[in-house]
Write a protein that binds this ligand. Structure first.
Ligand code: FAQ
Length: 311
């Protein structure tokens, strides 16, 4: 890339301007955005699976309607994000193919199973809670279409987080058995939720460049710390215990000290060796195969309508 163009581009970023799809951008900026937005879109789509698993078994009609609406919202988020990625010159089919052949990732968190109904509460409270912590700053990301998608997504995401917390509250104030289920869900989801923010800053390969381009606004560790600080009092209010013996308030930094997740587990999950990686990919492969006749039908219909307009 021409150094003058690069300098002018960086100056626009530093001035807080939004970059729009048809404007000049460095190839590496475009590639980073496709990677991040694409992964984010795939996460929303794959993220429907752990919760979809409980729609038929929700304990009341009200909880079922809420869960159904939430899972539908996630599909919508995936679609906004695929549209944002498409403005960078990549097609949705291409992105889907890259997910299905393992060249693109989705969030590690969705490779963990939802074993009990309390897990649905833990997903809303912790997984959506972590997602919002990461996505609120992304509303100010430098690429216009991504930033606008984030504004809409964050509104829905905060409803998701609250429904999760409300479900946990119902469980935690229920029978002793229900409270134990809530605690067990917290125990299993705590560290995987911390991993959602990505590796520690020392290990994060993309952070420095992505922050210089304002694709990312905060480092992985900054957001993880904010998430812990927000979540500890919420757990205390529920009367649940965060599964970390090293959790202690640090007056000096004005935040909680906490244990790092087991990073070797994180990298194993990324390599495809998490508890549900195979199931999740098989479910997506099947959905793609099962949808083939429908995609073909839509294309045939589009061709016919176009021909009719010409005639
Ligand atoms: N899982 O250098 P960094 C949701 C990869 S929320 C898998 O730090 P970066 C809502 C990373 O891609 C979840 N891979 O990377 C919902 C890179 O590998 P690569 C989705 C991860 O990009 C709730 C390598 O590790 N949210 O879906 C993870 O600067 C409930 C090195 O890492 C977003 O995607 C991980 N957790 O920072 C839906 C938010 N962490 O690509 C349904 C947007 C890192 O070179 C139900 N994304 N890696 O092969 C971001 O903010 C960033 O991409 C980070 C990672 C922070 C995730």
């Amino acid at each position: 890339d021409d150094p003058e163009l690069l300098a002018a581009f960086q100056a626009r970023i530093d001035a807080g301007e939004k970059i729009e799809p048809k404007e000049w951008m460095p190839e590496a900026y475009r590639k980073t955005l496709i990677r991040q937005i694409g992964q984010h879109a795939h996460s929303e789509i794959v993220g429907q699976l752990p919760e979809g698993n409980w729609i038929t078994r929700a304990p009341t009609l009200e909880r079922k309607a809420i869960l159904l609406a939430k899972v539908q919202d996630e599909a919508g988020h995936g679609l906004y994000l695929y549209c944002a990625a498409e403005t960078l010159g990549v097609s949705r089919d291409d992105l889907t193919e890259q997910l299905l052949n393992g060249r693109m990732k989705y969030s590690s968190i969705f490779n963990y199973p939802t074993l009990t109904w309390a897990d649905i509460g833990a997903v809303g409270w912790l997984v959506d809670g972590a997602a919002i912590m990461n996505q609120v700053p992304l509303q100010r990301t430098s690429f216009g279409p991504y930033s606008r998608a984030m504004i809409r997504i964050c509104k829905e995401e905060s409803f998701h987080q609250r429904q999760g917390y409300d479900l946990m509250r119902a469980m935690a104030t229920g029978t002793a058995e229900q409270k134990a289920m809530a605690q067990d869900a917290l125990n299993r989801f705590w560290y995987p939720a911390l991993m959602m923010f990505g590796p520690s800053d020392k290990e994060s390969i993309h952070s420095t460049q992505s922050m210089a381009w304002r694709i990312k606004i905060n480092t992985n560790d900054e957001l993880r710390q904010k998430f812990v600080d927000q979540t500890v009092p919420q757990a205390q209010y529920l009367g649940l215990t965060i599964p970390d013996e090293n959790l202690v308030w640090n007056d000096e930094k004005g935040g909680w000290d906490f244990s790092e997740p087991d990073w070797s587990e994180f990298y194993e999950v990324l390599k495809g060796n998490g508890p549900c990686n195979t199931d999740r990919m098989e479910a997506r492969q099947k959905a793609w195969r099962d949808g083939e006749w429908f995609r073909e039908g839509l294309m045939a219909h589009a061709r016919k309508s176009a021909a009719r307009r010409v005639a």
